[in-house]
Structures are given as structure tokens and as C-alpha cells.
Design a protein around this ligand. Structure first.
Ligand code: HEM
Ligand SMILES: [Cu+2]
Length: 543
């Protein structure tokens, strides 16, 4: 009796009912099961995301009108720093790989778990330790850091605020990320089911594979750099501070040699999710499978060579400027290949506009705006004009929030029935999506205009001519946040009240849709033998 037959008759509790050495909370926080670790990460990450959103809400409230509204300038400096640190290191970098990668990678390649389950649990505990140090930086000593999430020297080595604790939090989180990358790269090399050759592997694992190499190779660089900042603060050794014989430009190079590739740790898994959602909800084999797989590797490789585009106004040489500008244009090509192939897959598909597809289409629209505005910054003359303005803030929210954030929400709605065995209220989920999409564009598009007009980023106050666009942006943040609340309320309610579903509510063809919802502890009764590529469709199975 194959896995699908067993799936139809399996009790609906699956791995939630597992009876291990521990019970209750301990059966979760000490579990080495990849599905439980995935959910631990998801809950932790969404809590931190919500904290980050509160800080975003407060910044927009302060900027609703010129002059002081709700806070002092120093508080504003700390809030955008914490907002950025939380959103980058505690939400978006761990995000999709740690939550959905942990839950679905082993299942999608036909394995029972990742290669190093205990190391996987350790990566979550390191994540939690990072949260604790970030909270200490927030609430103890000389007050929260006020440097911005980039911790630029020499200010970060001079300011009296809690930079060392915040930087140490980021250092620990880096280790958590390295362990996740190590686990995924090894799992994909060693634990694919018999017959699953590289070009029979689904595209989400391909994106996690490329991401894993960036996590492994780039993260140690930021780790060393952050340790040097702590070293200089504690022992006064001049590494980055020119007053002590250091070089602040060295800091920028080291910081961006990691942080630009880090944007691909953020976006590649989201691109993998889109490659999963579109063929399933368009009921059509994906267009250009191999090109999409290769483009993930190309983005990871080329993306490691463009960090200098953050430093066009830092005084680096003109030759360096030209080289980094050219490479920045080149890295757009593999991204464009993905967008072209996704749209080609939709063409003549039998599209069912389910909520995951709404998020996938929003991803393509928002990420394209984000990507194209990135190309504008790659042009030297334009960059000089818009560097460190609100234009940049608009750009990275379109790529990170519009891209990865909407990718995360798409993954949440695509795999929710598989993870919990229940469907959410589809009408409410579509309404929530609408508020999110409209609010998002009202919040961030004005930032492009404000930046073009000359509004600097990280400024607490502004001249009257900027008021209208700031007001629109703040109202946009209220609409977006209402959408977030509606989305989470609908999903949380569905955990208990949602209609029960079978193994394959969408008509998917990758392995997760061949087992019960939620999956059994061991994932498969017997390890499947693969004899065909992913994404071959027989249409949604009507339960
Ligand atoms: C409701 C959601 C959000 C709102 C209202 C919001 C709002 C803002 C605003 C107004 C700033 C500019 C501060 C300034 O330069 O004066 C900002 C900065 C930033 N945001 Fe968001 N944001 C939100 C979500 C996100 C998400 C999801 C991410 C990333 C995944 C993110 C990452 C950042 C980063 C990295 C900065 C730069 C902080 C710095 O300058 O050091 N934000 N955000
Ligand atoms: Cu960059």
C-alpha cells in the first residue's frame, strides 16, 4: 500500500501526536524532528516580525507630520536601528529557510529528516540566544543602539549606547544561520531519495542549496567584522576608527561583502517558493526548469561580487565604481530569467486564483519594482543623487518585504493545509491580501518620490514640501498593518476551526502532497523511489 493510500487513511494528528522522551513544551524545545524545529522557528520568527512591525508603525507615526509627534530624535535613532536589526537578523535572514526549509526540504527530497538533526536543534537555540542578547541590548545598560542596522564605523565604535550587546546578538545569529546552511547543503547532497537526481529535485530545495552555500561562505565574514567592532570598543584597538589609526572604509567593505550576498540569503528561498506555488496553482509544468535551477546558483555566485555598489559615494576608486556598477547590472539577468519563466508558466495555464497565487503574483510585481529601482542605483550618476535618501528605504522594502515578505506569506498560505491538516477561510485570506497589497504600495511607493525630491533617510524631521507624501505613507502603514492583523487572525482561528483537508488540497505533484496532512512522524511509510521530474500534474484531487 503506497504512501498516498496510507495518507488518505492516516489520523489527522500526524507528527503532533508523537510520543518521545519529553512531553508538553519540552517535547517541542528539545525535539530534533525537522518539522517541529521548523514550527519552533516559524513561531519565534513571526513574534519577532510583529515586534519589528510595531517599531515600523511607530516610525511612520512620528513621520506623519513635520516636527515632533510622539518621540524624541534619539528615540527615533534607536527605533530605526532596532527595527532594521530585528527585521534583518531575526525575521528575514532566518525566515523561509529556517521555518519552511526545515519543515519541507526533507519531505520534498524524500528523506526522513535533515543530515544533522541535533545540530538543527542547536541552530534554533542559538537563534533564541540571539533574541535574548538583542533584548538585553534593548533594555539594559546605556540604552538601545542608535547606529542604524549597518553599525557603520567609526560611530559604532564610539557611541555610548549598547552596540556591543547588539553586535554580539548578530554574531550569535550568524552561527545559527551557518548551521542551517551546513545542514541543508549536506542533506541535499546525501539524503535525496533513490532516483531523485539533481534535475528531478524540486526548485525550492535548489534555492535552499544556493542559499546554503552563501550562508556557509559569507556569514563568517560578518562574524569576524562584528567581533572586531566589539574588540575595538572594549580594548580601544584601532581597526575602524581613524582617530585610533583605523579605517572606516575597511568596515564598509567587510560589512557589505557579507550583507549584499545576505540579500540573496533573503530572496533566493522566496524565489524557490514562487517556483513551487505557480505550477501548482496554474496546473502547468514549470517553464524552463533547468534555467531556474541554474539561475539560483548564478545569483548566489554573481551576487557575491557586487558589494561595492553600496560604496559609490564612499570615495572608493573610479575603476572600482565602474566594475561594481557593471556587475550589478549583470546580476539582474538571472533574476529576470526567473521572472520570465514564472510568467511563461502562467501563460495558457488553468489558473485557479487561490490565495497563495495572489501572493506569488504580488511577489513578481513588487520584486520587479524593487529590482528595477535597484538597477537605477547601479548607475553611478543616479546613485550619487539618491544614496542615503528615502528612495533607498523604498527600494529595500520593495525587495525585502514586497519580495521575501510576500513570499513568506505565500508559503504560509500554500503549505498551511499541509502543516496543520486544516484549510483557512479563503475569503478572509483574500481580503487580508488586498489590504496588504494596497497598504504596501501606499506606504513604500511615496518613499521613491520623497527620496527623489531629496528627503534623507534616518531623519526624524523634514521640510513642509515633503509632508503630503509622508502622510500618504503613514496612512499606507495603517492599511498594511490592518491586513497583517486580519491575515494572522484568520490563520490562527483556522488552526482550530478550519475545515479538515486530505493529503493534496491544491493538486500538487511534489512529494509533500503525497503524504498525509499533517505529515506522519517519519514522513514516509517507505522511502519513495523517484522516476520522474517534479511538477507533473493530474489536477486538484477533490476530497
Ligand atoms: C509594517 C511594516 C513596516 C514599516 C511600517 C516599516 C517602516 C520603515 C521606515 C519608516 C523606515 C525608515 C527609517 C528612516 O530611515 O528614517 C524603515 C527602515 C528600515 N526597514 Fe522597515 N518597515 C516595515 C517592515 C519592514 C520589513 C518587513 C523589513 C525587512 C524585512 C524592514 C527593514 C527595514 C530596514 C533594514 C530599515 C533600515 C533601518 C536603518 O536605517 O538602519 N522593514 N522601515
Ligand atoms: Cu547590495
Amino acid at each position: 500500500m503506497g504512501n498516498r493510500a496510507i495518507a488518505e487513511h492516516a489520523p489527522a494528528a500526524g507528527f503532533y501526536e508523537e510520543k518521545g522522551r519529553f512531553s508538553g513544551l519540552f517535547a517541542w524545545i528539545f525535539s530534533t524532528d525537522h518539522k517541529r524545529i521548523g514550527l519552533l522557528y516559524m513561531i519565534s520568527i513571526l513574534i519577532l516580525f510583529s515586534v519589528g512591525v510595531v517599531f515600523g508603525f511607530l516610525m511612520r507615526l512620528e513621520l506623519v507630520s513635520p516636527g515632533k509627534t510622539i518621540m524624541e530624535p534619539q528615540t527615533y535613532n534607536s527605533i530605526f536601528t532596532l527595527h532594521g536589526v530585528i527585521m534583518i537578523f531575526l525575521f528575514i535572514i532566518p525566515g523561509l529557510p529556517a521555518a519552511f526549509g526545515n519543515f519541507f526540504l526533507p519531505i520534498q527530497i524524500g528523506a526522513r529528516d535533515v543530515a544533522f538533526p541535533r545540530l538543527n536543534l542547536l541552530s534554533w537555540w542559538l537563534y533564541i540566544s540571539g533574541v535574548v542578547f538583542a533584548l538585553l541590548a534593548l533594555f539594559t545598560g546605556s540604552g538601545p543602539p542608535d547606529t542604524g542596522w549597518t553599525f557603520y564605523a567609526p560611530y559604532s565604535t564610539q557611541t555610548g549606547t549598547n552596540v556591543s550587546l547588539a553586535v554580539f546578538a548578530a554574531f550569535i545569529l550568524g552561527f545559527s544561520s551557518i548551521l542551517t546552511g551546513l545542514n541543508f547543503v549536506t542533506t541535499i547532497h546525501r539524503l535525496r531519495a533513490p532516483g531523485m537526481s539533481w534535475f528531478r529535485m524540486p526548485l525550492f530545495p535548489w534555492s535552499l542549496y544556493a542559499t546554503g552555500w552563501v550562508q556557509l561562505l559569507a556569514t563568517p565574514i560578518i562574524g569576524i567584522t562584528l567581533l572586531l567592532v566589539i574588540f575595538e570598543r572594549l580594548f580601544g584597538v584601532g581597526v575602524f576608527d581613524p582617530l585610533k589609526g583605523g579605517d572606516p572604509i575597511l568596515y564598509q567593505h567587510l560589512f557589505w561583502i557579507y550583507s549584499h550576498p545576505a540579500v540573496y540569503i533573503m530572496i533566493l528561498p522566496a524565489m524557490g517558493v514562487i517556483s513551487e506555488i505557480i505550477p501548482v496553482h496554474a496546473h502547468r509544468t514549470i517553464f524552463g526548469y533547468r534555467f531556474i535551477a541554474y539561475s539560483s546558483l548564478a545569483i548566489a555566485g554573481l551576487g557575491s561580487l557586487v558589494w561595492g555598489h553600496h560604496m559609490f559615494v564612499s570615495g572608493q576608486s573610479y575603476t572600482a565604481d565602474v566594475v561594481f556598477s557593471l556587475l550589478t547590472f549583470l546580476v539582474a539577468i538571472p533574476s529576470a530569467i526567473k521572472v520570465f519563466n514564472w510568467v511563461s508558466t502562467l501563460y495558457k495555464g488553468s489558473i485557479v486564483m487561490e490565495t497563495p497565487l495572489l501572493y506569488a503574483l504580488s511577489f513578481i510585481f513588487l520584486f520587479s519594482i524593487g529590482g528595477l529601482s535597484g538597477l537605477m542605483q547601479g548607475a553611478l550618476s543616479v546613485n550619487v543623487h539618491i544614496h542615503d535618501t528615502a528612495f533607498i528605504v523604498g527600494h529595500f522594502h520593495y525587495v525585502m518585504f514586497g519580495g521575501t515578505g510576500f513570499g513568506f506569506f505565500g508559503a504560509l498560505h500554500h503549505w498551511f493545509p499541509k502543516m496543520f491538516g486544516r484549510m483557512y477561510n479563503k475569503t478572509h485570506s483574500r481580503i487580508a491580501w488586498f489590504f496588504l497589497f494596497v497598504g504596501f504600495n501606499m506606504l513604500y511607493f511615496p518613499m521613491f518620490i520623497l527620496g527623489w525630491m531629496g528627503m534623507p533617510r534616518r531623519y526624524y524631521d523634514y521640510l513642509p514640501q515633503f509632508h503630503t507624501w509622508h502622510l500618504m505613507s503613514t496612512i499606507g502603514s495603517w492599511i498594511l498593518i490592518s491586513g497583517l492583523i486580519l491575515m494572522f487572525a484568520n490563520l490562527i482561528r483556522s488552526l482550530r476551526k478550519g475545515e479538515r483537508v486530505g493529503s493534496d488540497p491544491w493538486g500538487g505533484s511534489t512529494l509533500e502532497w503525497s503524504i498525509s496532512s499533517p505529515p506522519p512522524k517519519e514522513n514516509f511509510e517507505e522511502i519513495p523511489r523517484i522516476d520522474h521530474g517534479p511538477y507533473e500534474f493530474k489536477g486538484a484531487s477533490k476530497e
